[in-house]
Design a protein around this ligand. Sequence first.
Ligand SMILES: NC(=O)c1ccc[n+]([C@@H]2O[C@H](COP(=O)([O-])OP(=O)(O)OC[C@H]3O[C@@H](n4cnc5c(N)ncnc54)[C@H](O)[C@@H]3O)[C@@H](O)[C@H]2O)c1
Length: 338
Amino acid sequence: VKTIKSHQTPIYVGESYKELDSYLPSNTSGVFFLVDENVFQTRQKEFEGREVIIVPSGEQQKSLNYVEELIGVLLLRGADRSSYLIGVGGGVVCDITGFVATVFMRGIKFAFVPTTLLAQVDASIGGKNGVNTGDYKNMIGAFSQPEFILVDPSFLLTLPKKELISGMAEVVKHACIKSEMYFNYIEENIASILTLNMEVIEELIIQSVMIKAAVVEEDEKESGIRKILNYGHTFGHAIEKKNQLAHGEAVSLGMVIVNSIAAKKGMLDAVSETRINDVLKKIGLPVNISEYDLVSLHSLVKNDKKKAGETISLILLNQIGNAQVVTVFIDDIPSVIS
Ligand SMILES: NC(=O)c1ccc[n+]([C@@H]2O[C@H](COP(=O)([O-])OP(=O)(O)OC[C@H]3O[C@@H](n4cnc5c(N)ncnc54)[C@H](O)[C@@H]3O)[C@@H](O)[C@H]2O)c1
């Protein structure tokens, strides 16, 4: 087990879920498990004797209505100020659990057992939580850190392949913005990753968690360096909505677009640009921008919450492993892409 710290939160990578009890304090009046329905189905036995609340799968659960429903259930079951929440699931369950724990009775303790690759390498780390309102993602939320995060890679054995591939977009993102060595490792191990070689998967999670933890440690509230984690996300979000893509697929296309902007600006060399495209393609992520609807991208970007005046901050690479926040005039973007 490798322990990585982020804001005093220990992240236990490679720990078995069966060891969970050894991390729980004995003085809580009740430990409540918020468990993703699909995870519950595959691991029912391991939840016997626990206070379980099953969370239906899907982004639509990230709503204030559902949060209120959950709080009602917690009250009915006798939860109080010393109760403890454990979120067992993907990014959706982690975001909901963190938010409910932060507002319930002005805050109770919580922990995460992330079960998707995306949640293990990204969503569970950093202390951001929240829910959506209407079409607006993550508009209601808070910063608050869990007591611990237990990352058991064996959860990935039941994860649908599409979700694994989607999570890989964030893994490639981490390497691109912070570590060429890590990028080389991914490049050399794609086959083992896709067949879930646990040794390789664990190494991947360790590298990604270290990068995400280091970045958010430096800048918890996203006033500076944390912005580099948005690499591929500004255009990604716009494409995701417009083309109904999985998040990782959209981030992949978003990275391709910003890389081409960086290349046209003379920041990123052609060899690196091609290497990143090839890795994404081999993983099974989309890279061919021309197949997607980008027509109204410009207008969508104008409504992006990252907009500032007539310019927008984009995260561009000047080499694999090194990202910079660059201010680009919004009106220049379509011409640069074309
Ligand atoms: N807080 C943050 O910093 C942060 C960062 C990135 C993303 N997010 C959020 O994360 C969410 C996306 O997370 P996600 O991609 O994990 O999606 P998700 O939580 O919806 O899970 C994806 C699917 O996998 C299923 N699943 C989960 N674990 C499984 C397992 N072990 N075996 C079988 N099926 C399993 C779920 O039921 C679901 O159908 C988004 O809401 C996004 O906003 C938050």
